[in-house]
Write a protein that binds this ligand. Structure first.
Ligand code: GDP
Length: 290
């Protein structure tokens, strides 16, 4: 059954419906309220929560459960389908030569994610390289180099260079042997013009096959603006949500994929290079509703 591991309070509400073959308006409203509460707590953006819940409400009230389906299973199916509609399948990441560029604010987990994705490709039998173009955050070169070492993948960076575009260009040349290049970019604390200009220029030079937006799971309502700005600047093909090993549920990812019409590629679940998973909708949706 879908959504088997629902959070306790929604499950409690759902379980009260056991044995019922039809839902009345009060039942539906109680469930919809519970879903709204869970999604808002998981940091899903308010407008999106409202859209989702009104779709669920309308369908639950108007659609007849197919014969033999209990009211409880019927509404669970509706909730699941509406959530999947927004979150989608995981971003397609073919196991072939390609260049992936990472974008995101400082501290979102880009450098860590770059090494993780490289590790993931290496495990699949490809030859990845990490190119570190962050000249803004002190220590980023050392950190990226160390993490690439941990992932046992090729690394290019230049601690003395000041121009990230030149590092990117040199990095592509220096990693010709690799088949997958992961290009890490600098972040800033906020969406400054300088950051957007820089990332646009790097993207023109690198011409990546995919741009992934890296978001901290704890990002709340700010996800929408970030996703919009990066999407306008470089086009976002997928989202990676980091720090899902913490308490944050990562609802910002839902907002971001909705805003950029993209999907979720990877989940970060810890600080080491192995702490990466491909996105998979069921677990993520249960977590958001939990
Ligand atoms: P950047 O500024 O975007 O490059 O961010 P970093 O890669 O330096 O990450 C910022 C901090 O978050 C570091 O302390 C990382 O170890 C930590 N971090 C990144 N991803 C994860 C994750 O999935 N889980 C946990 N617990 N920490 C993470």
């Amino acid at each position: 059954m879908v959504l088997d591991n629902l959070g306790s309070s929604l499950r409690g509400t759902m379980d009260k419906l056991r044995g019922k073959s039809r839902l009345d308006e009060d039942d539906v409203q109680e469930i919809v309220k519970e879903i709204q509460r869970s999604l808002l707590q998981a940091d899903v953006e308010v407008d999106l929560v409202m859209d989702l819940s009104s779709n669920i409400e309308e369908r639950a009230l108007n659609e007849e459960p197919p014969g033999g389906t209990s009211a409880r299973d019927h509404i669970l199916k509706i909730v699941y389908e509406e959530m999947v509609e927004v979150v989608g399948d995981s971003t397609e990441i073919p196991l072939e030569p390609q260049t992936i560029m990472l974008a995101g604010l400082q501290g979102s987990g880009k450098t860590t994610t770059a090494a993780k994705i490289a590790w993931w490709f290496a495990k699949k039998g490809l030859r990845p390289a990490v190119i570190q173009t962050d000249t803004f955050r002190p220590g980023s070169y050392q950190q990226a180099k160390q993490m690439a070492e941990n992932a046992e993948v090729q690394f290019y960076g230049d601690p003395d260079a000041e121009d990230p575009v030149k590092i990117a260009r040199d990095g592509l040349e220096a990693t010709e042997d690799a088949d997958v290049r992961i290009v890490d970019t600098a972040g800033r604390h906020a969406l400054e013009t300088e950051l957007i200009d820089e990332i646009e220029e790097i993207e023109r030079t690198v011409d990546p096959d995919r741009n992934l937006l890296v978001l901290d799971a704890a990002i709340g309502q700010g996800a929408k603006e970030q996703a919009r700005e990066f999407d306008d600047a470089i086009g976002i093909d997928g989202v990676t949500i980091t720090k899902l090993d913490g308490t944050a549920k990562g609802g910002g990812a839902l907002t971001a994929v909705n805003e950029t019409d993209s999907s979720i590629a990877f989940l970060g679940t810890g600080e080491t290079v192995q702490d990466i998973e491909r996105f998979e909708p069921d677990g993520f949706i249960s977590r958001l509703l939990g």
